[in-house]
Design a protein around this ligand. Structure first.
Ligand code: RFL
Ligand code: PHB
Length: 389
């Protein structure tokens, strides 16, 4: 088989890129290991920056997002009983959109069928070859069929556990990594949210986040040690812990209900450099992971895809190699800014096991600074809505 662009992974990065290229008449094949239902079922991101909203709009896939998504004009930081509201709309003139990754995924998959994109599911044993040549190729298995696919470019959108990053020789790569001493335990339930805006809380018992998906669906998280098992947390224990960490005023507005999903996600900061090796470009979680505190993971995948689509479009339209040559530099500059923000917000709202009185005093001083300084609020707000692409 021959294609122009072979994309590995049909998560949000792979499908957004496939749609953007298809819209420019560039033929693509998307190869995904899982079934559509499996990818669709993963409860992940909830907060979209403008870059993600803009891509869905450019693709003409924004109808449901505009109808069902919630436009958020602010969010709260809580330190014990004190709530500090960051008015992102007033500070930056921008908003963020609450619209679940499951909904984005559904919109992208349904449109791929309607628009005739070549997306293949349940593809096994992908291996990448000749990335340094002008005709990279890959091998894989679709049921009983062994494929040999030659392409102009291979794009690794296969997430943190994918194969494409591993095809870059170790001698050409650098890894920057920090693993945090906790995981987020999340619960999704069909109950009205306790607040119309997100609340990130630092409590002496640990971190809590009150988030939402719609006026009738809530998403809450607490942090737990990394060796925690789901069995340690029956639903009622989680609801009780949330109430304690969010404090009595917020807790009084929490509606409890049966869990649609409960899951654990370990926290990690990770950057793989470079994001291009020859004719392989990496996008999204395949190249970087941020702790979820800043709500940046999906949005970084979207900005990578934006740069990659620009680069590939100008390569095919004008035979221009500049975009490809500068892809990694452009994408990484934005990745490092998001890493910095996600790391600093994680530091502010979590109690690290190694922290002593001094570190706690620094957190308090930081909350006091944010509460009293428009400049400090502005710095948080401009990062939360997303830096320009
Ligand atoms: P994905 O979504 O992991 O998709 C990768 C796809 O590649 C497939 N794959 C393979 N296919 C073929 N062959 C192989 N060998 C393959 N190996 C893997 C996988 O099956 C999968 O379908 O990566 P992508 O597209 O880069 O998207 C990244 C986002 O999913 C991720 O960054 C966000 O979910 C992170 N995230 C959040 N991001 C935000 O922007 N805002 C948020 O509010 C937010 N909250 C979160 C989050 C992630 C969380 N977890 C569970 C990690 C909250 C949580 C709890
Ligand atoms: C979510 O609703 O899942 C969510 C919201 C904000 C975050 C992380 C996750 O920072």
């Amino acid at each position: 088989m021959r294609t122009r662009v072979a994309i590995i992974g049909a998560g949000p990065a792979g499908l957004m890129l496939a749609h953007l290229l298809h819209a420019q008449g560039i033929d693509v094949v998307v190869l995904e290991r899982q079934t559509p239902d499996h990818v669709q079922g993963r409860i992940r991101a909830g907060v979209l920056e403008r870059v993600t909203v803009d891509i869905m709009t450019r693709l003409g896939l924004d109808d449901r997002m505009r109808a069902e998504g919630l436009v958020e004009e602010g969010f709260c930081l809580a330190d014990g009983e004190r709530l500090i509201r960051i008015d992102i709309a007033e500070l930056t003139g921008q908003t963020v959109m609450v619209y679940g990754q499951t909904e984005i995924q559904r919109d992208l998959v349904e449109a791929a069928q309607v628009r005739g994109l070549d997306v293949r599911w349940q593809i096994d044993d992908i291996a990448l070859h000749a990335l340094d040549s002008d005709t990279p190729w890959l091998t894989c298995r679709e049921g009983e069929i062994d494929w040999h696919i030659t392409a102009d470019f291979i794009i690794g959108c296969d997430g943190f556990h994918g194969v494409s990053r591993r095809a870059v020789p170790a001698s050409a790569a650098q890894i920057h990594e920090r693993v945090y001493p906790f995981a987020w335990l999340g619960i999704l339930a069909d109950v009205p949210p306790c607040h119309h805006e997100l609340i990130y809380a630092n409590h002496s018992r640990g971190f809590a986040l009150a988030s939402l998906r719609s006026p009738t669906r809530s998403r809450y998280y607490i942090d737990v040690p990394t060796d925690t098992q789901l069995a340690d947390w029956p639903e009622q224990r989680l609801w009780d812990e949330l109430a304690m960490r969010l404090g009595p005023t917020v807790a009084a507005r929490i509606t409890q209900g049966p869990a649609l999903e409960i899951s654990l996600a370990p926290l990690r900061s990770f950057v793989f450099e470079p994001m291009r090796h020859g004719r392989l470009l990496l996008c999204g979680d395949a190249a970087h992971i941020v702790p979820p505190t800043g709500a940046k993971g999906l949005n970084l995948a979207a900005s990578d895809v934006h740069y990659a689509a620009q680069a590939l479009t100008s390569w095919y339209a004008h035979n221009d190699n500049d975009g490809i040559a500068h892809y990694a530099g452009k994408a990484l500059a934005r990745v490092w800014q998001a890493q910095r923000f996600s790391w600093s917000l994680t530091r502010l709202v979590h109690r690290f096991p190694e922290d002593g009185r001094f570190e706690r005093a620094m957190q308090l001083a930081e909350f006091n600074h944010i509460a009293g300084s428009r400049a400090a609020q502005m710095a948080i707000a401009e990062n939360y809505v997303g830096l320009p692409v």
